[in-house]
Design a protein around this ligand. Structure first.
Ligand code: ADP
Ligand code: MG
Length: 563
């Protein structure tokens, strides 16, 4: 044993802790969901690592989570025989270092956006939830495969400090002892704990067990039999995705989502499919309600989990879903991949490619269905993830048309700056004779709306899509056609609506030509050409680019970027 060392929590962690303890008091039982969820993840990790090194099992292959209590001492203990942690991992993962997004989140909260409190779950604060019910937490852990003397004990009262020391721990895995707060002592109770486990952890892949004490039973004739004590599995312990759809309730789907996504809120929607054919697999894919704080960061924390015959393999976000669907959460399980599959093999595996492209199609049709049948939900989705989905137009050539169909735009015939108009809506409204889809890209919705380029379109009653997102330029460079109609920027020269002859006298003609010559002389190298146009109704002049030239908006972006 080493000397216990005391450390202070980072300021952000301290703040987060205080906040979460107070905000979650109304639903304190979620602490058990979070700790069991972590224990189950630890069992998943052990089973995966043991595929390469059987020795990690240390002759104890029956992975499980055990929940016990002491009604006198007022403690609840959660014990798993999963992967465990070493000293470094405890320091890094257990309540000491704040996520990159934590600070931003706290600032948001301080700015008064109290409704976002539920988002707290995103910040990897699952473990902290122990402090909702406990005023002293003791975690003892040892990583699988190392000697008993490498155990680590971490203790804290959640007030700002924690201690850490090296201890002996003969059994691998993690044990967490919660010393209940005075007002939370009802949890040191068999019935209470069982009902919470059933409520939140039925879908967990591993048995969650509680101890049944030995007892003596008397039959009718007065004979006594001793019934020994035993561990009883309290939850269903069946991987949820393997059960028939018809037998799974929405609540179960929702609880399972919270487990796989580490989200504290219910999902927006999901799709559960048993796919048969060349490659057989089951997928259960969810679309979250809210964007995770790291949606636009290069590294993503939780993606879709891959299982092979119910054994967890990995959750590398980019292997199972393309970047533009990086918000999707869930599991994919296949019996057609080898169990001893390595991450390297997965890089170029035909079975995995089939699963991946099939799953992408599932997600896109899920979104299509939502767009068609639940417009309000889809609008919510678009607001949250539209900017990410858009990237697919350039990233995924095979599904471009499908993705294009899911895009929503602001428009001169739409509802203000809300992005509600689909390309199909546009085509449906197109007047006889128009065969192109017109759009404009500007720095903002207001700038797009005020552009002189729109004057002639407005005069003729032709709809123009108003784009103002940074990625739009790139997206539209990849999207040149939809359902046989060409998409065209209004700033490109030679637009058909332009070509309309009017009578003018010889004198007027000469006057115009003289003006153009003067403008050309004055502007010189600054412009490529000066042309007469009839597209302006109120403004005297406007800048246009030739077809094939870099657009004005992109030029501006490039200039800003110093190119
Ligand atoms: P999250 O589960 O979202 O990562 P948590 O706060 O619940 O956030 O847990 C933080 C990390 O601590 C986990 O990712 C894991 O690495 C580690 N951890 C927590 N509980 C256990 C456990 N029972 N066994 C092993 N590692 C654990
Ligand atoms: Mg967790």
């Amino acid at each position: 044993m080493s000397q216990a060392q005391t450390h202070a929590f980072q300021t952000e962690v301290k703040q987060l802790l205080r906040l979460m303890i107070h905000s979650l008091y109304s639903n304190p039982e979620v602490f058990l969901r979070e700790l069991i969820s972590n224990a189950s993840d630890a069992c998943d990790k052990l089973r995966f690592e043991a595929l390469a090194d059987d020795g990690l099992y240390e002759d104890d292959k029956d992975l499980r989570v055990r929940v016990t209590f002491d009604s006198e001492a007022k403690t609840v203990t959660i014990d798993d025989n999963g992967i465990g942690m070493n000293h470094e991992e405890v320091v890094e993962h257990i309540g000491t270092i704040a996520h990159s997004g934590t600070k931003a989140f706290l600032e948001q909260l301080e700015a008064g956006k109290k409704q976002d409190l539920q988002q707290i779950g995103q910040f990897g604060v699952g473990f902290y939830s122990a402090f909702i019910v406990a005023d002293h937490v003791e975690l003892t852990t040892r990583r699988a495969g190392v000697g008993a003397e490498h155990g680590v004990r971490w203790t804290s009262s959640g007030e700002g400090e924690y201690t850490i020391e090296t201890v002996d721990k003969p059994e691998r895995g993690t044990r967490i002892v919660l010393h209940l707060r005075e007002d939370q002592q009802e949890f040191a109770d068999d019935f209470r704990l069982r009902s919470v486990i059933r409520k939140y952890s039925d879908h967990i892949n591993f048995p969650v067990q509680m101890w049944v004490a030995p007892k003596t039973e008397k039959d009718d004739e007065g004979n006594e039999t001793e019934i020994p004590g035993r561990w009883e599995t309290v939850n269903d312990a069946n991987a949820l995705w393997t059960r028939p759809k018809s037998e799974i309730t929405d609540e179960e789907y929702t609880e399972f989502y919270k487990h796989v996504s580490h989200d504290w809120e219910p999902p927006l929607t999901w799709a559960h499919n048993q796919v048969e054919g060349k490659v057989e697999y089951t997928s259960l894919l969810y679309v979250p309600k809210r964007a995770p704080f790291d949606l636009f960061e290069p590294e993503q924390s939780h993606g879709v989990k891959l299982y092979v015959k119910r054994v967890f393999i990995m959750d590398d976000a980019d292997k199972l879903m393309p970047r533009y669907l990086r918000f999707v959460r869930g599991v994919i399980d296949s019996a057609d991949l080898p169990l001893n599959v390595s991450r390297e093999i997965l890089q170029s595996n035909r079975v995995l490619d089939t699963i991946r492209s099939g799953s992408v199609k599932r997600v896109l049709s899920l979104l299509e269905k939502m767009a068609k049948n639940e417009a309000e939900k889809y609008a919510e989705f678009w607001q949250t993830f539209g900017r990410v989905l858009k990237e697919g137009v350039g990233e995924d050539a095979a599904n471009k048309e499908k993705i294009a169909g899911l895009l929503r735009f602001a428009s001169t015939k739409g509802e203000g700056d809300e992005e509600t108009v689909s390309l199909a809506d546009y085509i449906e409204r197109m007047p006889e004779g128009q065969d192109e889809i017109y759009y404009i890209i500007a720095d903002s919705y207001q700038a797009a709306l005020a552009s002189p380029h729109l004057e002639i379109f407005r005069k003729k009653g032709i709809e123009v899509l108003l784009l103002s997102d940074r990625v739009d330029e790139w997206v539209m460079a990849h999207l040149t056609e939809f359902e046989g109609k060409t998409l065209k920027s209004v700033t490109k020269a030679k637009i058909d609506v332009d070509e309309e002859e009017e009578d003018e006298s010889e004198e007027e003609k000469q006057e115009h030509e003289a003006l153009i010559k003067r403008l050309k002389d004055t502007l010189g190298e600054e412009v490529k050409d000066v042309r007469r146009s009839r597209r302006l109704v109120e403004s005297p002049a406007c800048l246009v680019t030739d077809e094939g030239d870099v657009s004005l908006h992109l030029q501006r972006i490039l200039e800003q970027a110093g190119q």
